[in-house]
Ligand binder design. Structure first.
Ligand code: 6CS
Length: 345
């Protein structure tokens, strides 16, 4: 059997060749044989059955209905095309029209997006957090930085609370001492876990299972839905629920592709996006709570929720990281941070 680590790489190479062959002289659309149907390729950072997959399927149905079937959305789950940075590159190259780009990876390219990875920044209450994420000023500030990279920011979504998994519960900073904690690729995440006392190990999502198996890392952080679907619980007997941060993702297209869409198509796209964040907020709550229940029932994982007192120790350690973020992201980052800290929404 092909080693698990190599599968996505081989698939990536094959898919990239295929996508290259799909590009036609008009980079804004690809059409099927009778020239009447427009196809939008939508690449996910997660596998089938995930929160991003639920989003993409709902979006596909909305676009199909709005366009009377003229626009068909083709969904490419994680592993079929590439890792998160590769998906962003494919959007920049117009080989893929739409993709998820999680700030946990994207902040390597757009440091300002790292604000969405900071801990203890968004309100604990989901509705209050949703209001912050849909704030038009926040979105337009973020959009400027996406545009600098040739990207159009289409949506910002909450995929649920991040959990921590390891060989033992992570209740205090002392529990993190020397722990090789896998993080997504953006440097601000390394800063955060270093402040907690861990040894951060950034790596792509596709390599986490093997790295756990090979004992190259001791822990990782992801929402409950991802822990179950990526089978991390098979190798990580202790899950901690710190409610320190949520997994926030963004939906992107190429800036030029979006600007050059025919008016009717851009209108279908804009209208389809309006109900998506509330839709996925509900969906992720259901998916995460069902999967957390399954994890608990599996008998393979202990699940421990941090007390407020325990959370406070991590909150204190996380506060100086706001300044580290501003140093990494500059004045644009400061503006975004100030906007999220405003208490008038
Ligand atoms: O940990 C990661 O890298 C990934 N986690 C999730 C839940 N979605 C995509 C992301 O790349």
């Amino acid at each position: 059997m092909m080693p698990r680590l190599l599968q996505p790489i081989i698939l990536t190479a094959a898919a990239s060749l295929w996508l290259a062959a799909c590009s036609d002289s008009d980079p804004t659309v690809s059409r099927n044989d009778d020239q009447s149907t427009v196809i939008w390729r939508f690449a996910l950072e997660e596998i089938g059955g995930s929160v991003q997959d639920a989003y993409a399927q709902e979006f596909r149905n909305r676009i199909r209905d709005a366009s009377g079937g003229r626009v068909q959305v083709e969904i490419y789950p994680y592993g079929s095309i590439g890792t998160s940075p590769q998906l962003t590159q494919l959007v920049q190259d117009n080989r893929v029209h739409l993709a998820f780009a999680s700030p946990g990876h994207l902040a390597g390219v757009i440091p300002e997006a790292g604000v969405l990875s900071l801990h203890f920044l968004l309100p604990d209450d989901d509705e209050a957090a949703a209001r912050k994420l849909s704030d038009p000023t926040l979105r337009s500030l973020l959009s400027e930085h996406y545009e600098e990279q040739g990207l159009q920011l289409l949506d910002v979504i909450n995929e649920g609370w991040m959990t921590w998994t390891a060989g033992h519960p992570l209740l205090t900073p002392e529990d993190f001492a020397g722990l090789r904690m896998r993080t997504m690729m953006s440097p601000i995440l390394s800063d955060i876990y270093q402040a907690y006392g861990a040894e951060p190990v950034p790596m792509p999502y596709s390599e986490v299972y093997s790295a756990l198996q090979l004992n190259q890392i001791d822990g990782q952080t992801n929402p409950a839905f991802a822990v179950l679907e990526m089978k991390f619980h098979e190798l990580q007997p202790a899950m901690t629920l710190p409610r320190a941060s949520r997994f926030i993702s963004t939906v992107i297209s190429g800036h030029q592709w979006y600007q050059q869409l025919p008016d009717d198509q851009r209108q279908w796209l804009d209208e389809a996006l309006v109900p998506m964040a509330p839709f996925i907020q509900q969906a992720q709550q259901t998916i995460n709570s069902e999967r957390l229940r399954k994890l608990q029932e599996s008998g393979r994982v202990t699940v421990t929720e941090l007390t407020e007192e325990q959370r406070n120790r991590f909150r204190e350690l996380s506060l100086p990281l706001r300044q580290t973020y501003v140093e990494r992201a500059g004045p644009g980052g400061k503006q975004l941070l100030d906007q999220l800290l405003k208490d008038d929404q």
